[in-house]
Design a protein around this ligand. Structure first.
Ligand SMILES: Cc1ncc(COP(=O)(O)O)c(C=O)c1O
Length: 360
């Protein structure tokens, strides 16, 4: 049906031009495409969550978990609760943080290639997308270039992704600090993959009042399906962003599950170290294969560049063997690349065997 008839042309033209953010669906046996944890929540932890859920009244709103959850996150990460915001995944918090500063036509500076949701959010909010290119040789951030762009556009926000998806590199803290201190803008650093990295920007929170760090339970914590993320920032900023959040926006099942996961920190540590070992295995194996370049990664995925064969072909041939990876060859500057999520040890081995076959 022509939606003009329904809306009298009130749907904004920039929304009409957007495509919904959706990952394509493929049938697979081994899933190495969306950077999720390869490890499910152990059955006994799920049982604990179900037991708690059975005891609560589902017909009520449940605001009683938010405070303990925030204080538990605060204890786990060593940060005061007034500066912690929770959300339905960190994606929702990117949106909320930008909503606090983006007005019609205000610019938001963000990296390319990176997570495509940044541009989508800026467009939805009526802001002006202002992408900057990562350095072509190693996909690092040129802090001076970011500062110049943000200054010239009087940007409302600068978004950085560290480690960056899909390139895998981390932006050093001195560069993040320099950006924070040199721009009159909110600086949102998406640290969805922080647990797999050598360092993170946590220590900068004390020094940089315009910094918002985004973290998620979707990767290291293995809760992607339940949608939980949180932000760390100055209490003043948290207080403003909190006004944007809708009542009871994080459902209480998710809150109970997140609380329960925080009671099991050793489980998370063990899994993170297993994923890092898997990453090392893949790095080593991939670098032994001719005409293929794995980029260094501090995340739970590896960017791989192919020479002499189209990534589409590699993707299709892997999929024919039941192995699903992420085809990112349509991203800016990544025409020869695929992204591989680190899987369980046996999945990583099977992937390497299949890749060798595919490349013949
Ligand atoms: C850079 C980045 N941020 C955030 C997320 C995940 O967000 P969420 O916490 O909403 O699951 C992803 C997931 O792929 C990501 O790559």
């Amino acid at each position: 049906m022509d939606n003009k008839l329904l809306t009298g042309n009130k749907i904004r033209p920039e929304i009409r031009e957007l495509k919904p953010y959706k990952s394509p669906f493929f049938k697979y046996r081994i899933k190495l495409d969306l950077n999720e944890s390869p490890f499910d929540i152990p059955a006994e932890v799920k049982e604990k969550i179900f037991d708690k859920m059975r005891g609560f009244l589902w017909q009520r709103y449940h605001d009683e978990f938010e405070e303990p959850l925030i204080s538990s996150i605060g204890d786990y990460f060593g940060y005061p609760g007034q500066g912690i915001l929770i959300g339905n995944g960190s994606n929702e918090l990117i949106f909320h943080a930008l909503l606090a500063v983006v007005l019609a036509e205000r610019a938001v500076v963000y990296p390319e290639p990176s997570f495509s949701l940044y541009r989508q959010n800026v467009v939805v909010l009526g802001g002006k997308p202002a992408p900057f290119s990562l350095r072509l040789d190693d996909f690092s951030v040129d802090a001076d270039k970011v500062i110049e762009l943000a200054g010239s556009l009087d940007a409302a926000a600068v978004v950085l992704c560290s480690p960056n998806n899909p390139t895998g590199g981390r932006t050093p803290n001195e560069d993040i600090e320099k950006v924070c201190n040199s721009v009159d803008a909110l600086v949102v650093v998406d640290e969805a993959y922080a647990q797999f990295a050598e360092d993170n920007a946590f220590e900068l929170l004390e020094k940089c009042p315009n910094l918002v760090l985004l973290r998620t339970f979707s990767k290291a914590f293995g809760l992607a399906g339940l949608r939980f993320g949180f932000a760390l920032c100055a209490p003043e900023i948290a207080g403003e962003i909190r006004k944007i959040q809708l009542p009871h926006h994080v459902n209480f099942f998710t809150q109970v599950a997140a609380l329960t996961m925080l009671e099991n920190p050793t489980l998370i540590d063990e899994r993170v170290s297993a994923i890092k070992q898997g990453r090392e295995f893949l790095q080593k194996e991939l670098s032994d294969i001719p005409r293929l370049k794995p980029y260094p990664s501090e995340a739970n995925f590896i960017l791989v560049e192919f020479e002499g064969i189209a990534p589409d072909k590699v993707f299709d041939r892997l999929l024919a063997r039941g192995i699903l990876v992420r085809n990112i060859s349509n991203y800016p500057d990544l025409a020869h690349c695929l992204r591989i999520t680190v899987g369980r040890p046996e999945e990583n081995e099977e992937f390497i065997g299949a890749l060798k076959e595919v490349l013949g």
